[in-house]
Design a protein around this ligand. Structure first.
Ligand SMILES: NC(=O)c1ccc[n+]([C@@H]2O[C@H](COP(=O)([O-])OP(=O)(O)OC[C@H]3O[C@@H](n4cnc5c(N)ncnc54)[C@H](O)[C@@H]3O)[C@@H](O)[C@H]2O)c1
Ligand SMILES: CC(C)[C@H](C(=O)O)[C@@H](O)C(=O)O
Ligand SMILES: [Mg+2]
Length: 353
């Protein structure tokens, strides 16, 4: 009998449920025997039950084969100390999801602000360490009357693991015709913690003589991602740098509605769009579902490779191709210049599947 995959589903806040519902419909249509398990979390859940990440939801996520997560959070709903709830960070830390995979891919028809020169493509992957770095003290920073302080933490095991993940990915991509280059993005000129990061990156990269390994300072990389985004293959960087650069990457694709992500650890993985709950457009049914759908495509690919299921890998690629065909045909939501609403854009993907 074919395997059933248990998928934990966080529907989220704001536009979260609006983009998750049609994504689940598309997944059901692929006929892989997915069992979806709802996991309440986020701002609405906090108002409802007093927790933004109930233990039961985390337990369901832990037991699942994969986790699909839509945008969570609402700037108007805060903890008593005034901080916003960020359960997605708590999940990354609780499940050791150290490798945040954020692909940046500009394809024909995309309303991208920068077009590559003839013969070049914008197609790189940013790997964002997602469990430590400058997020180490998130929500626990020290705030006194006259100063505030947060801590940047870089540890050897996590840095080795995320650098190895990036090198493995560059190697896999090289087999598909990419240059086989991995770039560490850091600030080693100023911070000893980043000199430590760079030294670890170098020692891991030395195990991959078939790859080109190099470094860039994060400020210069922000410039180069705009000036020559076609030059990059795989980048690996600290949590906060990756958070910021991945939104820059989303900008290269025409907006956050196009930016998927995967947070991957050794045992678990979460698939979610890079964007938030977009309170400014929530409830109107006009959010772009493509980042959520592409994230589901990354999930199919990851599950397929993990379980040796070629049909899942094939469908991961089909989902990406279907979204790209919609872009080429101009069948998109308003943020990308189209006239479709959320359901219409998802249906356009469905027709191509
Ligand atoms: N991964 C996540 O769950 C995640 C990521 C970022 C922010 N957040 C949370 O979301 C809330 C809102 O944050 P924000 O406003 O800074 O960022 P946001 O990503 O929600 O929105 C930024 C801008 O992008 C637009 N946008 C985002 N997704 C879109 C989509 N799918 N289609 C069309 N337009 C889209 C929004 O309308 C807005 O103008 C906050 O509570 C924040 O903490 C969650
Ligand atoms: C919402 C926020 C906590 C989150 C992050 O900072 O990681 C988001 O910006 C992201 O990029 O996934
Ligand atoms: Mg972000």
């Amino acid at each position: 009998m074919a395997k059933t995959y248990d998928i934990a589903v966080f529907h989220g806040d704001g536009i979260g449920p609006e983009i998750m519902a049609p994504t689940l419909e598309l997944l059901r249509g692929l006929g892989h025997g997915f069992a979806f398990h709802d996991c309440p979390a986020g701002a609405a859940c906090y108002l409802d039950c007093g927790s933004d990440l109930p233990e039961a939801s985390l337990a369901t996520a832990r037991a699942a084969d994969a986790i699909l997560l839509s945008a969570l959070g609402d700037p108007k709903v805060r903890f008593p100390d005034g901080t916003e709830m960020t359960p997605q960070i708590d999940i990354r830390i609780a499940l050791d999801l150290y490798a945040g995979v954020r692909p940046v891919r500009v394809v024909p028809g995309m309303r991208a602000p920068i077009q590559p020169p003839e013969g070049r493509t914008i197609d790189f992957v940013l790997i964002r360490e997602s469990t430590e770095g400058l997020f180490h003290t998130q929500g626990r920073g020290r705030v006194e009357a006259d100063f505030a302080e947060e801590t940047l933490r870089i540890t050897r095991p996590v840095t080795e693991a995320v650098c190895r993940f990036a090198c493995d990915l560059a190697r896999t991509r090289k087999a598909d015709g990419h240059p086989g280059r991995v770039t560490s993005v850091d600030k080693a000129n100023v911070f000893r913690a980043f000199a430590f990061w760079r030294e670890i990156f170098d020692s891991v990269a030395a195990e991959y003589p078939d790859l080109t390994a190099d470094h860039a300072y994060v400020d210069a990389m922000a410039l180069w991602m705009v000036q020559r985004p076609w030059d990059w293959d795989v980048m690996v960087t600290e949590n906060m740098f990756g958070d910021i650069l991945s939104d820059l990457g989303a900008g290269l694709m025409g907006g956050l509605g196009m930016a998927p992500s995967a947070d991957i650890g050794d045992r678990h993985a979460v698939f979610q769009p890079c964007h938030g709950s977009a309170p400014d457009i929530a409830g109107r049914g006009i959010a772009n579902p493509f980042a959520m759908i592409l994230s589901a495509g990354l999930m199919l690919d990851w599950l397929g490779r993990r379980h040796g299921d070629a049909a899942l890998i094939r469908d991961g690629a089909r989902v990406q191709a279907a979204v790209e065909a919609c872009l080429a045909a101009g069948e998109t939501t308003g943020d990308l210049g189209g006239t479709l609403d959320t359901r219409g854009a998802a249906a356009a993907v469905g027709r191509r599947l």
